[in-house]
Design a protein around this ligand. Sequence first.
Ligand code: HAM
Length: 417
Amino acid sequence: MINKPRGTEDVLPKDSGLWQKVENIARETAGLFGYKEIRTPVFESTELFQRGVGDTTDVVQKEMYTFEDKGGRSITLKPEGTACLVRSYIENSLYANPQPTKLMYIIPCFRYEKPQSGRLREFHQFGIECFGAENPTTDAEVISLASMFLKNAGVKNVKLNINSIGCPECRGKYNESLKNYFNSNKGELCETCLERLEKNPMRILDCKSPVCSKIAENAPKMIDYLCEECSNHFESVKARLDKMGIEYFVNPDIVRGLDYYTKTVFEFTSDALGAQSTVCGGGRYSGLVEELGGKPAEGIGFAVGLERLILIIKSQNEDAEVTKTPDIFFATIGENAEAEAQKLIYELRKMGVYAEQDLCGRSVKAQMKYADKLGAKYSVVLGDDEVAKGVANLKNMTDGETKEIKINPDEIVKEIK
Ligand code: HAM
């Protein structure tokens, strides 16, 4: 017996209906905001994430699925989508189209994390990225898309936390004061954070070690160090959210775990998730396109963790499962009727009707039980007699009523639709 790798999940047929529904809502909602789907490879050059996500982040330092391929190249299964989209945006010259470029994606991601509820090694994201737009209207539009998607997906009681983590200019001063603060607690920091203290002290703020996170609680906050431009930008984003009636909380502790963010950052959290409470995270990134070799262009986006989203939907809705039940079931007696039913079912399926028959040689009684189990809305019993006369009884499985009908696809569709 070989089991699935730790931290992975099978999406079984009882759940795949809900997954499809959520994915459809993602595509529809993103479509209303002008986002077009993009599909990029599952693996990329390791360097893309080292440079894109940042080599002092947990993701790059501890969590990547990296291997050498047979040609000696270092390859990484994508831990997130943003760096991949930036690569594709540059490589395919999407900046040459009228801007902004609005892209959406549904992808598997891979992170070697300690698995627990809502934290997997293979998980899925629905994300969007908007390139080439700098103004705060874009930030508010992106946040409103995330908010609308979560609502449309049937999620209740999510909390939107927003913050600004400034630009390289204001970040410089902030990093100095962070260094001073953490230097005074140097003895207690974990080894990784000691290294981060020199290279990128902000990353200490999202260290998962309990000691480091306790120390981080009282660290200076970026929001108190914003330059005038960043501060004005943040005020405008908030004003636009207010105007749209989107409730938010300014949370100075949100710094996000990836290096590329500048200015606006945000997270949607839910109490239904326990420890892994963030269902959606995102923000603006002003330097990433240039960092990855493109001409300077702004970017902003978010990603929703679909496993977490589905956990919330299931915990909040008892009837969350989406199962498609047959419109009609044909029970048959004898080989001749079985073949007639198959032909009829084929015609009905061509017309968009979900029709079923037994494939396992059940008795008529067992066939009817099976039809009931499948949740068929109507059933018909076909024997040689019915086939010869061309008429049969159509039974409404909900109220048990029967009606004589002609065995003809058009006739059947008229009766059951
Ligand atoms: P992230 O915060 O690393 O951001 O991930 C986004 C979401 O993916 C999280 O809020 C969470 O719901 C889900 N997620 C992350 N790790 C796991 C895991 N191990 N198991 C299950 N779900 C997980 C990003 O990935 C950015 N690329 C988002 C973004 C797009 N920022 C700008 N554009």
